[in-house]
Design a protein around this ligand. Structure first.
Ligand code: PGA
Length: 253
């Protein structure tokens, strides 16, 4: 870990409606006292964001984000939310390019680029997710895939906007499968990402961008991941649904 403040994200995916979100907050705040040496951000389903915000009203240290946006600001786009709407609901972050959006819902690199652009334009912090599938890893294409997704995802941003974002490396084969990339393998890809950012930005700015790892992160493996020089935090799916597990994860490092 090279950042002063590690980043811990909990991506609830399509879990925890408003009732469960409120219960979660009650249990989590008892186990995780506020600390200013780290960032903890939750990505509930958008229908639970305001409930989360209200339940955690006394804990402004717990940040909020949404899992996806459509790139238009407003209009006739049934079923979608936009970055400005997310901001109004209390979000500070928004994911873009999560592997489930790419591979279940068909988001292309260009779609992801537009989403990232709209998130930054709304002055939210984009969390751009990149990561290869198993067949791509087996073919030796990790670098090609991750570089392509990263270049595309940053393509519509100015350097000032890139400095204010988070990159999540999430190998698709490690998400929800119980298989984690080894800490060294993940670190290598993080170093690649850091290098690519370095082609656009100066060294000091690059060091300030959190590059976080996602894919079956658990209380049992978080320390090992965060011990790597290039891993600045984690994006947690399954284990973030449990307030006990996630409170433990957020106190690592
Ligand atoms: P997982 O999900 O922790 O359940 O593997 C991670 C993610 O998709 O962000």
């Amino acid at each position: 870990m090279s950042l002063e403040k590690p980043f811990f994200g909990g991506n609830w995916k399509m879990n925890h409606g408003p009732t469960a979100a409120r219960r979660f907050v009650g249990e989590f705040v008892e186990r995780y006292p506020a600390r200013d040496d780290r960032t903890v951000a939750f990505f509930p389903p958008s229908i639970s964001v305001t409930e989360f915000r209200d339940a955690a009203a006394e804990r402004p240290d717990l940040e909020l984000g949404v899992q996806d946006v459509y790139w238009e600001e407003a209009g006739a786009f049934t079923g979608s939310i936009s970055a400005p709407l997310a901001k109004d609901a209390g979000a500070r972050y928004a994911l873009a390019g999560h592997s489930e959006r790419r591979h279940v819902f068909g988001d292309s690199d260009e779609d992801v680029a537009r989403k990232v652009e709209s998130i930054a334009a709304a002055e939210l912090i984009p969390v751009l997710c990149v990561g290869e599938r198993l067949e791509e890893r087996d073919r030796g294409d990790v670098e090609a895939v991750v570089s392509r997704q990263l270049e595309a995802g940053l393509g519509r941003l100015s350097s000032e906007q890139i400095v204010n974002m988070v990159i999540a490396y999430e190998p698709v084969w490690a998400i929800g499968t119980g298989r984690t990339a080894s800490a060294e393998d993940a670190n290598e890809v993080h170093a690649l990402i850091r290098g690519l950012l370095g082609e656009r930005l100066d060294r000091v700015s690059v060091r300030g961008i959190p590059i976080i790892y996602g894919g079956s992160v658990k209380p049992a493996n978080v320390d090992e991941l965060l011990a790597e020089a290039e891993i600045d935090g984690v994006l947690v799916g399954g284990a973030s649904l449990d307030p006990v597990d996630f409170a433990r994860i957020c106190q690592a490092a």
